[in-house]
Write a protein that binds this ligand. Structure first.
Ligand code: F6P
Length: 386
C-alpha cells in the first residue's frame, strides 16, 4: 500500500513554451510540500535538465510571493527524450531510473501536451511516480476547461488590438494582427471577440480569402468603416479551394514543406500568415478601388504579437488557478495517485489520467463563440446598410 510518508523529496520541472502562471503552480506545490515536510528540488530546463541532472534546491523561504512572478524560475525547453527512439518502453525505463540519480521520490511535470506526453509514457511503460499539471497559453489540452496562462495571454492580445485601433483610425488602415496559438484558435477567438476585431481567422475553420476577407472588407468600407482590425491565428490557413484560386504568394506546397519542431508539430508560425494576407490584399486592385470609391486610400500592415503574449506577470485568474493546480498536484503525490494530472472542470479542481487529459482540444462548431464571431463580423456592416 502506498503511504504518503514514503515521499521525502520531489522533483518539479516546467517544459514547453513558458507562460504566465508557471511560478504560481510552483509556489502552490511548495506551500503544500512544506506543510507536509517534503523537500522540493527544481529540475532545470524541462526534460533537458532531467536528462542532464541539472537541478536547484527550492527553499520556500527564499521565494515569497513567487505566484505573482511571470515566466518560470526553473527555465524551460522543448526537449523530447522520446524523439527518434525505437522502443518507448526501454526509454521510459531508462528515464524512470533517473529518479534515483536525482534523489527524488516523485516528479511533478508542468507542461503542455508534449511535456505531459513524456510523463504519460514514463508512467505507462515504467510505472514512474509522475503527476502532471496542464499548462499552455493555447488552452488546447482536452482534459481541462482552462489551462493557466490562457487568460493572461488573451488579455494581452485583446489590449494590443484595442490599442491598435487608435493608430488604425488615424491612418485609416487595415491591421492584420497575428495571435499565437499553434494549432488551436482559442487565443485568437477569445481576444478577437473581446477586442471587437472585424474579422477573426482561426485554424479550426480554414478561411476563404475572397469570401471571409476581401468581400467583408468591401462591405465594411461601403458601410462607412474607414479602418479595420483582422485577428488571425498564427496557425490559421486558407481552405484548399481558396488557396488554389485566390493566393498568388503561397501554394499548398509552401504549407506542406514547413519545418517541424522536436515533437513533430509543423512550425506554422514560420508562414507569417498575417504578412501573407497583407501581401495578397496588396495585389487586389478591386479591393483598392472599392476603398477609393469610398474615399479611403487602401493601406494595410501586419503586426505579429508573438512572444509579447507570453510576457509579463500572470493575471489574478492565472495566479489563483496556478496555485490551485500546484496544491492539487502535490496532494496527488502525497496520496500516491500517479499517472494522473490535475484539471479544471467548471470551478472544481479534478483529477484525470494523463493519457486522457493530454489529448488535444479545439474549438468545435457547436461552440457559442463560433456563432458570436460570425454575428460580430456580419451584423456591424449589415446594420449600417440603408
Ligand atoms: O505552445 C505555446 C506557444 O506559445 C504557441 O502558441 C506558439 O506557437 C509556440 O508556443 C511558440 O513557441 P516558441 O516560444 O518555441 O517559439
Amino acid at each position: 500500500m502506498f503511504m504518503g510518508n514514503q515521499i521525502k523529496k520531489i522533483g518539479i520541472l516546467t517544459g514547453g513554451g513558458d507562460c504566465p502562471g508557471l511560478n504560481s503552480v510552483l509556489y502552490g506545490i511548495m506551500l503544500k510540500a512544506y506543510d507536509a515536510g517534503v523537500e522540493c528540488v527544481g529540475i532545470l530546463k524541462g526534460w533537458k535538465g532531467f536528462l542532464e541532472n541539472q537541478t536547484i534546491p527550492l527553499d520556500i523561504s527564499e521565494h515569497d510571493d513567487l505566484h505573482t512572478v511571470g515566466g518560470t524560475i526553473l527555465y524551460t525547453s522543448r526537449t523530447n527524450p522520446f524523439k527518434g527512439v525505437s522502443s518507448k518502453e526501454e526509454k521510459a525505463k531508462e528515464l524512470a531510473k533517473k529518479f534515483e540519480e536525482l534523489g527524488i521520490d516523485a516528479l511533478i511535470a508542468i507542461g503542455g501536451d508534449d511535456t505531459l506526453g513524456v510523463a504519460d509514457n514514463m508512467f505507462k511503460f515504467a510505472n514512474a511516480k509522475v503527476v502532471g499539471c496542464p499548462k499552455t497559453i493555447d488552452n488546447d489540452i482536452a482534459g481541462t476547461h482552462y489551462t493557466f496562462g490562457f487568460w493572461s495571454a488573451t488579455q494581452l492580445a485583446s489590449n494590443a488590438m484595442d490599442n491598435l485601433t487608435t493608430t488604425a483610425r488615424s491612418h485609416q488602415r487595415v491591421f492584420v494582427v497575428e495571435v499565437m496559438g499553434r494549432d488551436a484558435g482559442f487565443l485568437t477567438m477569445y481576444s478577437g471577440i473581446s477586442a471587437g476585431a472585424d474579422i477573426i481567422l482561426i485554424p479550426e475553420t480554414p478561411f476563404d480569402l475572397e469570401k471571409d476577407v476581401i468581400e467583408v472588407l468591401k462591405k465594411r468600407v461601403n458601410a462607412g468603416y474607414k479602418y479595420h482590425i483582422i485577428a488571425t491565428s498564427e496557425g490559421a490557413y486558407p481552405n484548399l479551394e481558396s488557396l488554389n484560386r485566390d493566393f498568388k504568394t503561397i501554394s499548398k506546397e509552401t504549407i506542406d514543406k514547413l519545418p517541424k519542431d522536436t515533437f513533430g508539430n509543423p512550425l506554422l508560425v514560420k508562414l507569417n500568415m498575417s504578412q501573407i494576407i497583407v501581401d495578397e490584399m496588396n495585389l487586389r486592385d478591386d479591393l483598392k478601388q472599392e476603398f477609393l470609391n469610398n474615399g479611403v486610400d487602401f493601406e494595410c500592415r501586419s503586426v505579429v504579437l508573438g512572444h509579447t503574449m507570453r510576457a509579463g506577470t500572470p493575471n489574478s485568474f492565472d495566479r489563483i488557478l496556478g496555485l490551485r493546480f500546484g496544491l492539487a498536484a502535490m496532494k496527488l503525490v502525497l496520496e500516491g495517485k500517479f499517472g494522473n494530472m490535475v484539471s479544471l472542470k467548471g470551478n472544481k479542481i479534478k483529477t484525470i489520467p494523463l493519457s486522457e487529459g493530454i489529448k488535444k482540444k479545439y474549438i468545435t462548431p457547436d461552440n457559442d463563440k463560433m456563432e458570436l464571431r460570425d454575428l460580430l463580423v456580419k451584423i456591424r456592416y449589415l446594420s449600417k446598410q440603408k
